[in-house]
Write a new protein. Structure first.
Length: 559
């Protein structure tokens, strides 16, 4: 039986390489023959029409990469798509037989930029931002990016109403050059005028104005307006924030700026779960008030069940805590934390119940909307001083101080790839207890290391001196450092390699005790709310009490 012209015609596409990997990828991504092959079946004549449409689409791609004399040829079962007998050939194919589509390219000579003209009065500093020079390949994306950089620079230098038109390009076939002409209108220099914030409900206007960091009278900058918009979003109070300019400057050369906001639902409930081979499973619920006092303050109340069937635990426990975050304490990027915590944990090390009222100060320049989002730049640091009451025996009160810092270095400028694809993450932490010696300090107040939060590869709290039965003693101080190289692949996948090190000391002095090192690798799956993490870690200096390896699973990076 033969097929009719109305039957779906299956086909296979073969793309010849141009020798340029980036160009090949763009050609495939642009081709409807490629992208619609599975989801949109076509009839034989529909396949011919799709191929003919691709001819023009693929020629545009060649030109966008500087190949202005390039050619594209598409054949189906050996016949060119312009062949009038091709329809009959496809209609005669047996049903469910794939047609063979071959796409071939003749790029031709690569064009380079010739003269580049700016039509208009443009400041010298802004001219440099164009970043285009005669002799470089005439790649359309780079030419358009140059115009965008020029416009952005002008807008950041006070020219709120600057305009950079799409460039006029003139082809010189004999010399294989492309000359460019940008028409630029800068307009007058403007300053920030009246600032309005519309759409506030519970959020106080005075507090919102303090958040944006923008002042009337300062030189207009598109980057500062965008940062002000992001500052409002970063409070966590608003779901959307839009910034709009007035249509023109007033008599004093000032342009009004209006922020239109919509507040998120004030309350939220979230669930969490995690697993590690040492601590076992855990799960809990958190209730949040995103705008507790009307100034972006966040109150979190959480309850978790912990230590479910862990290797280093002797029973199920609980973790209850209340945390109040006061944002923008003294500076925009600092927060003041207050929290109350009640923990019941039955591990190989100790069983305890404690009350603590810590006071903390945090700094965060990672510009992320949530702690579990993936950091690719910036610094996180914090300090906590916690007067702590430990309930027996013996009952005791101590002051526990802890400090931590993490930094994230984007290696895009070294590797020549897109930002956020390769990141080196570094972390350091230290802590010590004042008010007791190692003998007087109750086990529940001592410092421990080992596990996903400090030194991966070792069981939870297992690093440091041990009693004769192998139970960790704990210490009066602790130091730990970590280095992790994170690499993303494609859209959703990634991997990491890491090394952690640290020690537990018997006195309140840093860098005391035997150094422990752990190393390993992990898999990442990037979800819309944060990366799903699976880490496999080994102890470098394994003792008879250490496991051969540890596995950690969680949502969000390790730090």
């Amino acid at each position: 039986m033969t097929s009719s012209a109305a039957d779906p015609q299956p086909y296979r596409v073969e793309f010849a390489s141009t020798g340029n990997g980036s160009l090949d990828s763009t050609l495939r991504a642009t081709s409807e023959l490629e992208s619609l092959q599975g989801p949109a079946p076509v009839s034989p004549y529909g396949l011919i029409a799709r191929a003919r449409t691709d001819l023009d689409r693929l020629r545009v791609v060649l030109e966008s990469y500087g190949y202005y004399q390039g050619a594209v040829r598409i054949s189906i079962d050996g016949l060119d798509v312009s062949d009038i007998t091709l329809g009959d050939r496809l209609a005669a194919l047996p049903q469910n037989t794939d047609a063979r589509v071959a796409v071939r390219f003749t790029p031709g000579p690569l064009y380079h930029l010739g003269t580049i003209e700016l039509d208009g009065v443009v400041p010298a500093e802004a001219r440099k931002a164009l970043g285009l020079a005669p002799g470089q390949p005439a790649v359309a994306a780079e030419v358009l990016a140059g115009g965008a950089r020029l416009l952005t620079t002008l807008q950041n230098q006070g020219y709120a109403f600057a305009r950079v038109d799409p460039p006029q390009a003139f082809e010189l076939p004999e010399s294989h050059e492309l000359t460019l002409k940008f028409h630029v209108v800068t307009g007058a220099i403007t300053r920030i005028g009246q600032i309005e914030i519309n759409g506030l409900n519970r959020m106080r206007l005075k507090r919102a104005r303090g958040v944006i960091g923008l002042k009337s009278g300062e030189l207009y900058s598109a980057a500062k307006v965008e940062q002000a918009r992001r500052n409002l979003l970063d409070t966590g109070v608003f779901g959307t924030v839009d910034a709009t300019l007035g249509t023109q400057a007033d008599a004093d050369g000032r342009v009004p700026v209006t922020f239109t906001v919509s507040e998120r639902k004030r309350h939220a409930v979230s669930l969490n779960a995690a697993y590690s081979s040492d601590l076992g499973g855990s799960g809990g619920v958190t209730w949040s008030d995103r705008n507790f006092l009307g100034g972006g303050e966040q109150l979190n109340l959480s309850a978790s069940v912990i230590n479910i069937n862990g290797d280093a635990t002797n029973g199920i426990g609980y973790d209850l805590n209340a945390k109040l975050t006061l944002p923008r304490f003294m500076t925009r990027k600092q927060s003041l934390l207050h929290f109350l915590r009640l923990v019941d944990r039955n591990t190989d090390t100790f069983y305890y119940t404690m009350f603590a009222v810590p006071v903390g100060l945090n700094f965060d320049s990672t510009d992320l909307p949530a702690p579990i989002a993936d950091p690719t730049h910036g610094v996180r640091m914090g300090a906590t001083v916690a007067p702590t009451l430990s309930l027996g025996p013996p009952n005791a009160t101590f002051i526990i101080s802890q400090f931590h810092i993490s930094t994230y270095l984007d290696l895009d400028h070294l590797l020549g790839e897109d930002p956020g694809r390769t990141v080196l993450a570094l972390r350091g932490m230290t802590g010590f207890a004042k008010g007791a010696s190692d003998i007087d300090l109750p086990p529940d107040q001592r410092f421990y290391a080992g596990g996903s939060g400090t030194i991966r590869g070792y069981r939870f709290q297992s690093v440091g001196a041990k009693f004769t039965d192998g139970t960790p003693v704990g210490g009066v101080s602790m130091d730990a450092v970590s280095a992790e190289l994170r690499q993303r692949f494609g859209l959703n996948y990634g991997a990491a390699v890491f090394i952690d090190g640290g020690r537990v000391g018997q006195s309140a002095h840093p860098f005391a005790g035997q150094l422990a090192l752990g190393t390993g690798a992990g898999f990442r799956y990037y979800t819309p709310i944060g990366p799903l993490r699976i880490d496999f870690a080994l102890p470098v200096h394994r003792t008879p009490n250490d496991d051969r390896f540890e596995i950690y699973i969680g949502l969000g990076q390790a730090f």
